[in-house]
Design a protein. Structure first.
Ligand code: E4P
Length: 217
């Protein structure tokens, strides 16, 4: 399973890259705004900065919602760096844009996916990644993991190449459950990834080993 980090924060991206487990980055307009990135020039520069840190795919989301504008914006984004994946919303014009970019060999990530039907359409349009939003479904008492399971079955039935990129991850159990059911990728904030490290028996065991090691000197 690939690990992407879901942030536009360069320090966190560097930290995850230094860990040696990072396969890519996803961003969205809210994450960019959180970092105070505004204006086309600054946005484009920020994407290039991210691409220069991470050795993997970097999702950059279009801000427009019509077919023509998404194509123009997506082509500009894709031209910024070879690692850029054009992130397109799950809307009717978005499906057309996914097909356009797929035909041109430009990688895409279909975002804001909340149903198996939407995921099926994204795969039919040739999306590289489909992003079901696990946490946002859980927030409204709908089982997000169940959706990812459904998408896995559908994609396996028809051998779709589209990779399931489980998004809106909120905790380490989301990551573990995604791994159990065969999501291809998770994209997560750094704290949930780092929380996978933690176990009290590791801490107490290490404290004991360190104490005993001192007796051996
Ligand atoms: C996915 O690509 C999105 O950027 C992200 O995972 C959304 O997460 P949120 O629901 O925590 O905002």
């Amino acid at each position: 399973m690939k690990f992407f980090i879901d942030t536009a924060n360069l320090e966190q991206i560097k930290e995850a890259q230094d860990l040696g487990i990072l396969d890519g980055v996803t961003t969205n307009p809210s994450l960019m705004a959180k970092e105070g990135i505004a204006g086309k020039e600054a946005i484009n520069k920020h994407y290039v900065d991210i691409c220069n840190i991470v050795d993997g795919d970097v999702s950059a989301e279009v801000l427009s919602t019509t077919y023509e504008e998404m194509i123009k914006e997506g082509e500009e984004l894709a031209a910024l760096h070879e690692r850029i994946v054009v992130k397109i919303p799950m809307i009717k014009d978005g499906i057309k844009a996914l097909k356009y970019f797929s035909d041109k060999g430009i990688k895409t990530n279909c975002t804001l996916v909340f149903s198996a039907g939407q995921a099926l359409l994204a795969a039919k349009a040739g999306a590289t990644y489909v992003s079901p939003f696990l946490g946002r479904l859980d927030d409204i008492s709908v089982d997000g993991i169940e959706l990812i399971q459904e998408i896995r079955i559908i994609y396996d039935n028809y051998l779709f190449d589209t990779q399931i990129l489980a998004a809106s991850i909120r905790n380490p159990m989301h990551i573990i459950n995604c791994a159990k059911i065969g999501a291809d990728v998770i994209t997560s904030p750094l704290p949930s990834i780092l929380n996978l490290l933690k176990h009290p028996l590791t801490d107490s065991g290490l404290a004991q080993f360190v104490a005993d090691a001192k007796k051996m000197n």
